[in-house]
Ligand binder design. Structure first.
Ligand code: FE2
Length: 381
């Protein structure tokens, strides 16, 4: 028998073709109906309906359990936010100049909710409806950006500004054919080139909006810029991207990775943080992304990212052991290098402090038990 306490109940009317649930779907007697992570079919939903099944259940992943019961944003605010962005989309589609007052009012509501529920979880939904992916994504990025801005020590004004920038960051996509934006698959080169215009389209939509600060306008324009200059549209580098655009950039990538789409499974929170960690210094502002990783890891109780004593592989191909780390600089600990880039053991291991040694970064932890055993033996020799 299933423990209903741990289950997420879903009304059959809410199910749609192509939806992917993160857990196995059961009926109320605990009989399995559909496997996890497999897109639902029309046929399956039809069968539920003709068998008069009104509700189904699934077990959300552990880390999402708490969230489901304790979202940081109230359902009323979520609904208000979706309506606000729908309204803006509608006005743009009809060639009108959008009324952004509702966007500002949405952020004020987010702000109030966050203040009154400081322990709530950040994600909005465990079950996402793909039709409204863009809306969900806008809301999530807005909330994540506010959270990160707060953790970075900025004041209430900036928390609300990044909320607005995060909420509106992809507004330029409303100017692009929805066939491309909602395509269930990899974009062609031509389609991707069109998509890459969205920061400029978005900026043009808000550039004359007097109630928006330059911070908000820059977040919309620069959220795809990357630390190493590989982003778009301006190919800006490092500090010139600005802290707030860097905040939106990391929140945008994190939410995209952790969201299921019809054509891809979502990353776990852990894997998404590892992705961000590996791309720090290439794509992300190191200070901003490091704080983001630390805070999200803390929230999901993922423990220490590079525990002292773990073996890691560096970007140079060398293998090392984590010696000591400063909790503020989790990504740049002291590492004792014990194998060179060719895999040969070093007779004299090299101790390096990654906070000072910028040529080396950690690529991954070594988790193969046999390899760990061999490395431990090498260390003991
Ligand atoms: Fe974007």
């Amino acid at each position: 028998m299933l423990d209903k306490e741990k289950l997420q109940e879903v009304e059959v009317g809410f199910l749609k073709e192509g939806m992917i649930l993160s857990g196995i779907l059961y009926d109320e007697k605990g009989i399995m109906l559909w496997p996890a992570k497999k897109p639902l079919t029309t046929n399956f939903i039809f069968k539920l309906k003709i068998n008069d099944i009104k509700k189904v259940y699934y077990v959300p992943p552990k880390y999402k359990d708490t969230f489901a019961n304790n979202p940081v944003i109230s359902p009323q605010t979520q609904e208000y936010a979706v309506q606000a962005i729908e309204e803006i989309a509608h006005q743009i589609n009809y060639g009108k100049f959008p009324d952004f007052n509702t966007a500002r009012a949405t952020i004020e509501r987010f702000f109030e909710d966050i203040k009154s529920r400081p322990t709530g979880f950040l994600n909005l939904m465990t079950l996402k409806n793909y039709d409204s992916y863009t809306y969900n994504h806008s809301i999530n990025v807005g909330i994540l950006a506010m959270f990160l801005t707060k953790k970075l020590g900025f004041n209430d004004f900036f928390i609300q500004e990044t909320g607005l920038g995060g909420f509106l960051h992809d507004i330029g996509k409303l100017k692009i054919s929805q066939k491309i934006v909602n395509k269930n698959g990899i974009l062609t080169e031509e389609e991707f080139n069109i998509m890459k215009e969205h920061p400029i389209f978005g900026f043009n939509l808000i550039r004359d909006e007097k109630s928006f600060s330059n911070y908000v306008k820059k977040m919309v324009l620069l959220h795809h810029e990357r630390w190493d200059g590989s982003g778009y549209p301006m190919k800006l580098k490092a500090e010139s991207i600005g802290n707030f655009s860097a905040i939106v950039a990391v929140c945008d990538v994190y939410d995209a990775l952790t969201t299921e789409r019809p054509y891809k499974n979502s990353y776990t929170v852990n894997d998404a943080l590892i992705y961000i960690m590996r791309n720090t210094l290439y794509h992300f502002n190191p200070y901003v992304s490091q704080r983001f990783i630390n805070e999200i890891a803390k929230m999901y109780d993922l423990g220490s990212f590079y525990p002292a004593g773990a073996f890691v592989q560096l970007n140079t191909g060398e293998i090392g052991l984590i010696k000591r780390k400063d909790s503020e600089y989790e990504l740049r600990p002291e590492v004792l290098i014990i194998k060179n880039f060719q895999g040969a053991p070093l007779r004299n291991p090299i101790l390096t402090d990654l906070q000072r040694d910028s040529s080396r970064t950690i690529c991954k932890t070594i988790d193969d038990p046999r390899e760990i055993e061999n490395l431990s033996l090498l260390l003991a020799a």
